[in-house]
Design a protein around this ligand. Structure first.
Ligand SMILES: C[S@@+](CC[C@H](N)C(=O)[O-])C[C@H]1O[C@@H](n2cnc3c(N)ncnc32)[C@H](O)[C@@H]1O
Length: 302
């Protein structure tokens, strides 16, 4: 599960100019030199074709986060009070880490459907969770914008760091509401504005990082999520997960930045070299690189 980004990374230089998706706080005529984070074709065929890129990022968080609770145990803490007999849908499940990290805590009466746009992610989730006698999980390629289930099919929906990838979020939120039972719960995790702020400062000096328009937290973030959820849900609560990174090794941070086009060094050898030099110098000088994190989730009731 640890990052093996370098061997599997399908990075390639991007020359195409992509029209960015409209946001209220930037110039709508602005063009991006890299794919938008809501470009579903890019996510499917490149960024999330396999779990490799996500693993590189997860590896940094697992190794250098200061909050010892751990993100996935904390997310599970939020859903742990669901009834012993519950039908749960996870959208954008990735490699299924929420369930892998909490397997011993999952009640036997929970029926969990893991869905993701990417067949590669679904294959990985199935492999990660396969175990003899395990009957709690189902796996399915699902686009959150068209959920192939009838109305009121689930007690809860989990969307962990995925809504900011969905181009038509109102449609996805309408779909989530539709498949939830009355009184059912949505758990939607995301990042806030100063998430990874110090890494942004570094990559903006060394490469061609995405500008604000492409930052996840501006599409669906801790500051902007509530307004987007309000039309669809009766009661919404924000819960924050306090954490930060204290990084003491260069390579995992370099692999992290190389794992996504967002940071502007992917597939660019010269920029990666500049990043590596910057990171190694700072570590030699200070012994540690501190990076702020700002993550949490919304609990919303239908
Ligand atoms: C940042 S990853 C998060 C994975 C997992 N939830 C986790 O936190 O480890 C985002 C995931 O959302 C998936 N995704 C993107 N757009 C989607 C859509 N329209 N419907 C369902 N899944 C989508 C991606 O394939 C990817 O696996």
């Amino acid at each position: 599960m640890r990052g093996r980004c370098a061997e599997e990374n399908h990075a390639r230089p991007r020359k195409t100019r992509f029209l960015s998706h409209r946001l209220s706080n930037y110039d709508p005529g602005e063009e991006l030199t890299m794919p938008s984070i809501t470009d579903q074709d890019h996510l499917l065929t490149d960024q999330y074709r396999s779990a490799a890129n996500l693993s590189a990022r997860n590896s940094l968080h697992e190794r250098f986060s200061v909050n010892q609770r751990g993100w996935h145990p904390w997310v599970f803490d939020q859903i742990a009070s669901l009834p012993a007999q519950s039908r749960i849908l996870e959208l954008g499940c990735g490699p299924g880490w929420l369930w892998v990290h909490n397997r011993q805590r999952i009640p036997s009466g929970w029926e969990i459907t893991l869905g993701d746009l990417s067949p590669g992610m679904i294959d990985q989730a199935r492999r990660n969770l396969a175990q003899e006698g395990e009957t709690r999980f189902r796996f399915e390629v699902i686009d959150a914008q068209a959920i192939p289930y009838p109305d009121a099919a689930f007690d809860a929906v989990v969307a962990n760091h995925m809504l900011y990838h969905v181009p038509d979020r109102p449609r996805a939120l309408a779909e989530i509401r539709r498949v939830l039972k009355p009184g059912g719960w949505l758990y939607a995790a995301t990042n806030g504005r100063d998430h990874m702020a110090e890494l942004w400062q570094i990559v903006l000096q060394v490469g061609d990082a995405a500008r604000d328009a492409n930052r996840s937290e501006l599409h669906f973030g801790l500051e902007s999520g509530l307004e987007q959820l309000r039309p669809w849900f009766a009661a919404i609560e924000r819960r924050d997960y306090p954490d930060a990174l204290r990084i003491t090794e260069a390579e995992p941070l370099i692999a992290y930045a190389a794992s996504s086009a967002l940071w502007g060094v992917q597939g660019d050898e010269a920029a990666t070299e500049r990043l590596a030099g910057h990171v190694r110098d700072q570590l030699a000088r200070e012994g540690v690189i501190h990076i702020s994190k700002n993550s949490g989730l919304f609990v919303a009731r239908r």
